[in-house]
Design a protein around this ligand. Structure first.
Ligand SMILES: [Zn+2]
Ligand SMILES: [Zn+2]
Length: 308
């Protein structure tokens, strides 16, 4: 029996935003406005990840939002690897070893190779921050351009801003390619909201205490799922059976990266529980589901080599 770590029910599930912009860089809303909007949409935590401009500050403490320290770093690529590399960085409190200062502005020189950007990521990791690889589709980076990065806990599988502006980064672009190549990387839905109507679309639900260190621990361990609407209650493999439970959806899809599985539907109703026999060749399994309004949710993968 192996249960995906989001669903161990050790903690209540926290709703969080990992990637957004404010007037501290090129976002439209002030930090106060962006925090208040997320609080009104039921968020428990939020990282204000303005471009190359580190933030710890809570601009609307009355909202009760937990602010995750962070920023987004970037580099233009001067080669055929793609257009650019962007990574969201999130980390602990300054007194717990975070190497960035409030309002620190890291340099962001152009790069020619992924290894040059890895040097930047290594610096971020040495500053005790986690990194999330952003909008691979919008950045025009195929899996071969970014899959060898070391230390990214996750990659974006949904980015509301790119979906609204460009019809890009809307369903796990390149995720299975990276997973099939043997990289264990989690998937995160984010907004990357710049305009106010781009906020509060894609989010993560994290199995953690509402404390900064516990949220970071849970994210780094994959104890979360991503959504633009549906709720997921359980996802596990027991013997040769895989089961997912969710809020009412049109269908559930199980993805193991090789032969496509047939969508699980219910005749004359909506699916709240889906079960399949695990295909023989499965190295990892993840599930997605779509509700009647077309909103999607994604589990993180269960890696079969971690089966106890
Ligand atoms: Zn970006
Ligand atoms: Zn961004």
């Amino acid at each position: 029996m192996i249960r995906q770590r989001a669903f161990t029910k050790e903690h209540s599930m926290l709703k969080g935003g990992l990637h957004c912009h404010t007037t501290r860089s090129d976002g439209r809303g002030t930090p106060e406005e962006v925090e208040r909007l997320h609080a009104r949409h039921g968020y428990d935590f939020l990282a204000l990840t303005d471009h190359n401009f580190y933030n710890y500050a809570d601009y609307a403490p009355e909202t009760g939002l937990l602010i995750i320290p962070g920023m987004e770093i970037d580099a233009v690529i001067d080669s055929n690897l793609g257009l650019c590399f962007h990574s969201v960085c999130i980390g602990p409190a300054r007194e717990n070893g975070n190497g960035f200062a409030q309002d620190q502005r890291p340099e962001h020189p152009h790069v020619k190779t992924w290894q040059e950007f890895q040097t930047r990521l290594d610096q971020v990791h040495a500053a005790k921050n986690l990194t999330l690889y952003c909008h691979p589709d919008w950045s025009r980076t195929p899996a071969r351009s970014f899959e060898n990065f070391q230390g990214n806990f996750a990659m974006e599988i949904w980015n509301t801003g790119c979906v609204m502006d460009n019809d890009m980064d809307k369903d796990a672009y390149a995720w299975d390619e990276v997973l099939l190549d043997g990289h264990k990387i989690f998937g995160a839905a984010t907004d990357d909201g710049h305009a106010m109507d781009q906020h509060c679309g894609g989010y993560v639900m994290v199995n953690a205490e509402k404390h900064l260190d516990d949220v970071l621990r849970a994210l780094s361990q994959g104890a979360f799922y991503s959504s633009t609407g549906p709720e997921i209650y359980d996802f596990y493999i027991d013997g040769d059976r895989a089961v997912v439970e969710c809020s009412p959806c049109q269908f559930v899809n199980f993805i193991n990266g090789t032969r496509p599985n047939r969508l699980v539907r219910t005749t004359g109703g909506l699916v709240t529980r889906a079960e399949i026999t695990l295909p023989d060749e499965t190295r990892y399994l993840r599930a997605t589901m779509v509700d009647v309004e077309g909103h999607r949710a994604w589990t993180n993968p269960i890696f079969l080599d971690e089966r106890g």
